[in-house]
Design a protein around this ligand. Sequence first.
Ligand SMILES: [Fe+2]
Length: 216
Amino acid sequence: MTAQDFETGRVATLRGIVRKLCAEHDDRLPFHGWHHIAFVSSKGVEFARRNGSDTEIVAAAALVHDLNYLVRKNSEPSAGESLRAHHLRHSGFTDAEIDRIEAVITESHTASRTCEISPEGAALSDADTLFKAVPITPVVLSHRYLAENDISLGQLARKIVDEQAPLVEEGIYFYDPDARDRYLPWATANLDLWKSLLDSLDDPDVKELLRSVNVR
Ligand SMILES: [Fe+2]
């Protein structure tokens, strides 16, 4: 089953709702907008198919996993729980399925995920993590994260290094072995970039350079 297999039914309904929400609030979601959701949904279903998990649950979780950014900027996933439940229920998911989807989103959260994770959580996590590790993200999307969440470049670098470096050390940056083989070099290159960026911020001339181009 692929993302294209959900052309009808509950996932298709939910996709239409989330896509419309993203379009309506495009100015508030320069980083976590439809481009991010579409990528994570597509890769999430691919990883779910590979690890034998419930593709419909992963597809639904991927579609709603970042709705918290519509509720409050720079927020945790829990801030979006009510909004997620509302749209999932409207799309035809049962209360038990909504609870399951919420659990998958919670266990796949980058800041708190561990080696104890369900196949569905692993599929969502790998898809969301891959978006962070794709080499184009720091080049063409990072400034959008700063704008969306109103944080400084140093704060973003610190967040990335603090949250993601331990995951590499624990061997759970990616859960899927093939994803690990294919994408871990991108992840480590990305982390090295952010570590170097943090290091560079100790240089007063680099700080002045940032100030002169109006970057916090
Ligand atoms: Fe995400």
